[in-house]
Design a binder for this molecule. Structure first.
Ligand SMILES: Cc1ncc(COP(=O)(O)O)c(C=O)c1O
Length: 444
């Protein structure tokens, strides 16, 4: 039985012969570990024995040569472990908040270097629990980035507070500390109780600056770490930087469940305690409700899946960084790299701050004629995606916040220029070459 290795990386692989996980063999030439066509699927086809179907379920768009994400490769690397973990839940019949939830919370807290981790139903709920757990509510204002996923702001509204939007740093796409400072000095300032920076695309926001603002203005700091499990700022993990943090384990995230799931972390005991009871309808003792919470419980199945994947996340994140560096080399060789922050003719690559350890949940370039480039890549069989085509103040549902067009020029410009290219731990170097060659052809 041939060994199943997805790519020449530090990513552990499942050895079907020996029925256990192994480190990849770096002594083999790449042609041997990849399929004859250089794609991992060639090798994956041989991985049928060992309890998995003979061909991987194709979760990617079949016509694409290089999908933006192909979760079937991950499944084929660790499928038997996942299936065993799932089976254990069915055997226990303890489907909601079972033992694996507590086990995952302990393991994730240790991984993040934080005192408290609380599993819940989604990243959106984790944001709400973090805000509500910190006592943010009606009459309070929360400063956050206008360039993020919708949940960052909807969670603030759900907590009953007022979002105060601010612009981003054009190099990192993260909340600009100077813009947050201006909000604190504006008319909205006195009501601000918290800042909610987003670690967008997997790079922590500039935490040194936010820590200073916290001290100066006596604020609560909450991280939207939905895209950043395992990322660090100055050696400290996302989740342990603020008073509380929210993670998403949505299936496309760098640490992903087999459905919706999330987690909040808290450094403060008071926030953790309150969030724990809000998660279960404000109930500490069975059927005695101390306050009105919500159903934000975590499925045991999701915790079981996450426990398996937690064992691989460091290697997977490291492999994402290897792939990001390889993109940089390829774009440099193609003569396409521009210094930025804005593209003139070619592309601007993502910038990582010196204190940040990026996990490249997404690899996002800036490009002129972005939409045409996206269509061109699609026609060449290369997946790409726009996160996000509208800034939050441009969203129809948030018009009532009252921000006019042009209010946040950096975010509006980013929304018109960003393009996420394929990145996931099992992506091959050959596939990256196809991506960069297609981008080069577009600009030639
Ligand atoms: C930045 C950000 N915040 C919050 C969320 C919400 O997470 P979930 O989809 O798990 O509710 C996401 C998920 O896409 C996100 O990317």
């Amino acid at each position: 039985m041939p060994r199943f290795i997805l790519c020449g990386s530090a990513t552990p692989v499942y050895d079907f012969k020996e029925s256990r996980m192994k480190s990849p063999d770096f002594t083999k030439p790449r042609q041997e570990i990849l399929g004859a066509d250089g794609s991992p699927s060639g090798a994956a086809r041989n991985a049928g024995a060992g309890g998995l179907p003979s061909s991987p379920p194709n979760l990617s768009t079949p016509s694409l040569r290089v999908p933006i994400l192909d979760l079937s490769r991950e499944y084929h690397a660790i499928g038997p472990m996942l299936l065993r973990a799932v089976e254990a839940v069915f055997l226990s019949q303890n489907f909601i908040m079972g033992a694996q939830v507590t086990e995952f919370e302990h393991a994730a807290a240790k991984k993040c270097g934080v005192a408290h981790a609380i599993g819940c139903s989604s990243g959106t709920d984790a944001l709400w629990l973090a805000l509500a757990g910190a006592g943010i509510g009606p009459g309070d204002a929360v400063i956050t980035s206008t360039f993020s996923f919708f949940a960052t702001v909807s969670a603030i509204l759900r907590a009953g507070a007022k979002p105060v939007l601010a612009d981003i740093d054009p190099e990192t796409f993260n909340l600009d500390p100077a813009a947050a400072k201006s909000c604190l000095e504006s008319a909205a300032g006195p009501a601000v109780r918290a800042i909610l920076p987003v670690h967008l695309y997997g790079q922590p926001a500039d935490w040194d600056c936010f820590a200073v603002l916290k001290q100066e203005h006596n604020l609560v700091l909450i991280e939207d770490a939905a895209q950043a499990f395992g990322a660090c700022w100055d050696g400290r993990k996302a989740g342990a930087l603020g008073d509380a943090a929210a993670f998403s384990f949505y299936p496309t995230k760098n640490l992903s469940a087999g459905g919706d799931a999330g987690m909040l972390t808290a450094t403060a005991e008071t926030i953790a305690q309150r969030a724990r009871i809000l998660r279960v309808h404000g109930m500490r003792r069975r059927y005695e409700h101390e306050e009105v919470g919500w159903n934000c419980r975590m499925d045991t199945l999701q915790a079981a899946v996450l426990l398996v994947k937690l064992g691989f996340i460091d290697d997977w994140n490291a492999q994402r960084r290897v792939l990001a560096e390889n993109y940089r080399l390829l774009f440099e060789q193609a003569g396409l790299m521009e210094p930025g922050p804005y593209p003139q003719h070619g592309v601007v690559l993502p910038k990582t701050r010196s204190k940040a350890t990026h996990v490249f949940h997404q690899y996002v370039i800036r490009a002129r004629r972005r939409d045409q480039l996206k269509n061109f890549l699609r026609d060449r069989g290369v997946g790409s995606e726009v996160y996000y085509p509208l800034a939050l103040h441009q969203q129809p549902a948030l018009r009532s916040l009252g921000y006019p067009a042009g209010a946040f020029p950096e975010s509006e410009r980013a929304a018109a220029e960003v393009l996420a290219l394929p990145i996931f731990p099992q992506l091959t170097f050959q596939e990256q070459e196809i991506v960069v060659a297609a981008v080069a052809d577009f600009f030639s």
